[in-house]
Structure formats: structure tokens, C-alpha cells
Design a binder for this molecule. Structure first.
Ligand code: C2E
Ligand code: MG
Ligand code: MG
Ligand code: MG
Length: 285
């Protein structure tokens, strides 16, 4: 086990699996060691009320704190872990760490929520419900305090079909449908997922004010907001980077805002708590 090997493995690994089998094996081995040593940490990104700019929730985003390489972003290792059973222990660690941190924050902010990303393979585990219940009990948290971010594929894609959706909803935790609009999203089955939040993917938010000749995604974003509200679901806009985007989204009735314009993900001690706004100064960027 060598740091130099890790460096090569992490650099060369791409989500498109263009890395060689050997490179993937090296990275997988390094990640097993990292799990043993608890080299992961969570950063948190505020999700704020579109109207008031107050922090409603924080999304927990995992990073690999490598002793030599520094902070490795999840895009470099989550895809590989999702393809192996490694995502299961990592996912359990993320849930527990997020709950531990939330318990501390809740002493001063009793309404605060943390949302945690859950991988398809994790959801498919029969033990997943036990893990969730155990974590809530350990930290004395209300099920409403933790949200699970799931993708369409995780809920509808498995062999279990609708079973997965019902099982996940049965946990009693609020759900957020993540990255909506990033792939072949289907409105036709959206109503079957009892999600509290619909998170519109950054790619759609990015294009909402695209200058000509690019085609604006504005009509789709507006329609999604209307659709979600009809279904009793709140809308989160992901990847808001400019104040104009926030102002437009607010005008269209979008409920919640997340993105670099509000705040980049940060370590707990570095978090800025707002309130934020599209017109005020003194915030990130
Ligand atoms: P995601 O769940 O869609 O998380 C949002 C990602 O978008 C984060 O990237 C965040 O830093 C980034 N982002 C937020 N606002 C902006 C913005 O305004 N502009 C741009 N360009 N990017 C923005 P990050 O932290 O690198 O995470 C990437 C993905 O890795 C996540 O996408 C999620 O799918 C996955 N991931 C992260 N943590 C976990 C985890 O604990 N478990 C699992 N299974 N997946 C995770
Ligand atoms: Mg997410
Ligand atoms: Mg997302
Ligand atoms: Mg996304």
C-alpha cells in the first residue's frame, strides 16, 4: 500500500470507467484502507428558503481526506464504490456522521435538517432500514430531521420496481428526488414517489438564462415548479450560481435554493449561516 499508487489511481480513475482494471483495483484497495482508517469527512451545503434566504437544511457531501493527496471529491471515488459493496459501509458511515453532527446543531437550531445522498445499492440492502433506525435512535433524532436524497434510478430502476419506492417511503424519512432532469427523467411515474422535495438538476438551472443561440430551459423549469406544487411537492433548484437565477426562480415560485451563489459546501466550522439573498452582499463569491 503506497500513497504514490493512490495518487495514480485517483488521478486516472474516471467515472466513465476508462481507467484500466488494474487502476480500478488499486483505487478499490486504497478505498478499503481509507474506510478502515476513517479517512472520510463530510462537507455541508446550505439549502435556503427562496423567499427569506434562511437556511432550512444542509446537504451532506462526502470527501476523502487523503493524508497525502488532500481532499478528494466524491466524483473521483463514489462511482467506483457504487459499483462494489464498498458503498454500503461508506453509506452507513455517512448517515451516522451526518446524524451525529445534526444532533449537535439541533441544540441551537431545532428545525434544522440534514439531507444525505443514498446510493441505489445501499437502498437495495435489506438491512438499510435497520441502519437508519439505529442511527436515529443513537442520536435521539426525529425521523423528520434526516432527509434521504435518492435518484429515480435508485427507486424505480431496481428489479423490485415499485417495491423500492414503498420500502423507502416506509422508513418515515422525508425523501428528496435528486438530480431531476439530468437523465431520462420521467414525469409519468413521479407521482408514485412520495417525495417531499424535487431537486431540479443543475444542468436545467444553468440553461434557464442561457443567451441565444442556446435554448433556454426556462419553460421546463417553470412547468416543473407548477407540476411539483400541484403534486404537493416542494422544489429545490440545484446549482444556483448567479443572483439573476435566484430572482427568476423566486418569481416562479421555487421554494428552495442551493448553489455556489449561496455557499459552496464547507466543513462544519467554516459554514456561514446567512440569511442569504439575491440582492445582499457579504456572502460567498
Ligand atoms: P449531488 O447529490 O447532486 O450534490 C450536488 C453536487 O453539486 C455537489 O458536488 C455540490 O458541490 C455541487 N454543487 C452545488 N452547487 C453547485 C453550483 O452552484 N455549481 C456547481 N458547479 N456545482 C455545485 P460534490 O460534493 O462533488 O458531489 C458530487 C456527487 O457525489 C453528488 O451529487 C452525489 O451524487 C455524490 N455524493 C456526494 N456525497 C455522497 C454520499 O455521501 N453518498 C453517495 N452515495 N453519493 C454522494
Ligand atoms: Mg444530492
Ligand atoms: Mg443533486
Ligand atoms: Mg446534481
Amino acid at each position: 500500500y503506497h500513497a504514490k499508487q493512490d495518487r495514480h489511481a485517483v488521478r486516472r480513475f474516471h467515472a466513465d470507467l476508462s481507467a484500466s482494471a488494474l487502476e480500478r483495483m488499486e483505487l478499490e484497495q486504497a478505498l478499503r484502507v481509507a474506510l478502515d482508517r476513517e479517512e472520510f469527512c463530510l462537507h455541508y451545503q446550505p439549502i435556503v428558503d427562496a423567499a427569506t434566504g434562511e437556511v432550512r437544511a444542509l446537504e451532506a457531501l462526502v470527501r476523502w481526506q487523503h493524508p497525502q493527496l488532500g481532499l478528494v471529491p466524491p466524483g473521483r471515488f463514489i462511482p467506483l464504490m457504487e459499483g462494489t459493496d464498498l458503498i454500503v459501509p461508506l453509506g452507513a458511515w455517512v448517515l451516522r456522521e451526518a446524524a451525529r453532527q445534526l444532533q449537535v446543531w439541533r441544540r441551537n437550531r431545532p428545525e434544522l435538517r440534514v439531507s444525505v445522498n443514498v446510493a441505489p445499492r445501499q437502498l437495495a440492502q435489506p438491512e438499510f432500514a435497520e441502519v437508519v433506525r439505529g442511527v436515529l435512535a443513537e442520536f435521539g433524532l426525529d425521523p423528520q430531521a434526516l432527509m434521504l436524497e435518492v435518484t429515480e434510478g435508485a427507486v424505480f430502476g431496481g428489479t423490485g420496481g415499485d417495491d423500492n419506492a414503498e420500502r423507502v417511503a416506509g422508513l418515515g424519512l422525508p425523501l428528496a428526488l435528486d438530480d431531476f432532469g439530468s437523465g431520462y427523467s420521467s414525469i409519468s411515474r413521479l407521482h408514485r414517489l412520495p417525495a417531499q422535495w424535487l431537486k431540479i438538476d443543475r444542468s436545467l438551472i444553468e440553461d434557464q438564462d442561457a443567451p441565444p443561440p442556446a435554448r433556454s430551459s426556462r419553460p421546463i423549469v417553470r412547468a416543473l415548479i407548477t407540476f411539483a406544487h400541484e403534486a404537493g411537492v416542494q422544489v429545490v433548484a440545484e446549482g444556483v450560481e448567479r443572483p439573476e437565477q435566484w430572482r427568476d426562480l423566486r418569481e416562479w415560485g421555487c421554494d428552495l435554493i442551493q448553489g455556489f451563489y449561496v455557499s459552496r459546501p464547507a466543513a462544519p466550522d467554516d459554514l456561514v449561516w446567512g440569511p442569504f439573498g439575491p440582492g445582499t452582499s457579504g456572502q460567498a463569491d
